[in-house]
Design a protein around this ligand. Sequence first.
Ligand code: PRP
Length: 183
Amino acid sequence: MDAAHVENDLVNILFTEDQIQERVGQMAEQIAADYEGRDLLLVGVLRGAVMVMADLARALPRHVEMDWMAISSYGSGTKSSGVVRILKDLDTDITGRHVLVVDEIIDTGLTLSWLVNSLGTRGAASVEIATLLRKPEALTMPVEPRYVGWDIPNEFVVGYGLDFRERYRNLRDIGTLAPHVYS
Ligand code: PRP
């Protein structure tokens, strides 16, 4: 769906579908150059990363493999609990592989800092992160993504995989959710 379908729910449109496609294309160019001559395994973090994974993989002018993980960071009720669990693990043995974890947003950093540490113990040749969005003001855990689409303010954003109560993931654009929707 387009922003016009939910326009009363959004304060603004942060990035349009076209802007997202252009930025993902630029990230893909950089990734293709950096990984030239090396195999590449993309690991998407379900569920939010589905859109960016699909677009990034198709923008890459080379072969890649794709695998998926599902992580719960709400083990004890809230994200601030810091509890992370694997709900779905990789199907791939990553020993000796170059792994690029793909996600749509780094918020507190809990999910990806934990995930990178976890994958780092499995003998990968390298583990890097590509994220479309990052909220520098919200960061509480050390995460150093190699590829970042945009840094954004610490606001509630939805669309392009990002949800509020499982809705808005299929919005083509990324927008800031109006407070009346979640308060
Ligand atoms: C979102 C997003 C990241 C994570 C970022 O996933 O996809 O994986 O939160 O937040 P953090 O940096 O504070 O850990 P979420 O747990 O909401 O699940 P989802 O992908 O199914 O929406």
